[in-house]
Design a protein around this ligand. Structure first.
Ligand SMILES: Nc1ncnc2c1ncn2[C@@H]1O[C@H](COP(=O)(O)OP(=O)(O)OP(=O)(O)O)[C@@H](O)[C@H]1O
Length: 208
């Protein structure tokens, strides 16, 4: 089971952070703007220097080459990066992308030929989720994954990500400013306070 274990994680002047997300579990992360939620996700995906232990399915991140760790632990940043002309060029092999995943977020295979420069903000966001799932990650770190989407797309993306979580028994950490969304997608919630302290608040419904 790809359980994510974060043990005494410290980076910059932040931490130590310790928590665990079981395989097949989605945990919500909320907190004030600027509290450091995005920095925590980046530290877990190992983009910045850090100390402490990170394990996925019992395997220590320090024993896995960094590119492999970043395939296992997929980060969806708040703003996705697109640097080539066409959508399909941003995938290792766009032909292998699952039609069902494309359809779940409102696209068909022709989107591979679309010009990135003409994508709307919401289209970029939905395609960033397709790109994330195409790598088959065992752990997903989601930074406000539905921030720029209409209500119908929000429902589709929530269903798609939770299906991935259930089908792959992936562990999910879902950042959102919307407590209603966190109540829908997660049974447990972490709260990052200003200054960066992390509190385990249990189930969102219990906290109301
Ligand atoms: N690469 C970085 N190195 C150092 N500090 C950073 C870096 N990126 C952001 N910061 C600062 O760290 C603090 C936390 O930023 P972060 O983006 O993690 O907040 P957040 O909780 O995700 O906020 P929001 O909800 O607005 O997205 C902010 O004061 C920010 O300016």
């Amino acid at each position: 089971m790809p359980d994510l274990e974060v043990i005494n994680l410290c980076f910059q002047d932040r931490g130590p952070y310790s928590f665990r997300i079981d395989g097949g579990e989605c945990v919500g992360l909320q907190g004030a703007s600027g509290a450091g939620k995005s920095l925590l996700l980046r530290a877990i995906v190992d983009l910045d220097p850090r100390t402490g232990k990170l394990r996925l399915g019992g395997i220590d991140a320090d024993r896995v080459p960094a590119p492999q760790w970043r395939r296992l632990v997929g980060l969806l940043p708040a703003e996705s990066g697109w640097w080539l002309d066409r959508v399909g060029e941003h995938f290792a092999d766009f032909r292998s992308v699952d039609d069902a995943i494309l359809a779940a977020v409102g696209f068909d295979r022709s989107v591979g030929n679309w010009q990135v420069s003409r994508l709307s903000t919401g289209e970029r966001q939905r395609l960033a989720i397709v790109r994330l799932l195409a790598n088959g990650p065992q752990c997903l770190l989601l930074d406000e994954p539905t921030a720029s989407l209409d209500p119908g797309s929000v429902a589709n993306v929530e269903a798609l990500l939770l299906n991935h979580c259930g089908a792959r028994q992936a562990s999910l950490l879902w950042v959102s400013h919307d407590p209603d969304q966190l109540a829908r997608v997660s049974r447990r919630r972490l709260i990052m306070e200003r200054g960066g302290r992390l509190v385990d608040a249990g189930a969102p419904a219990d906290a109301r």
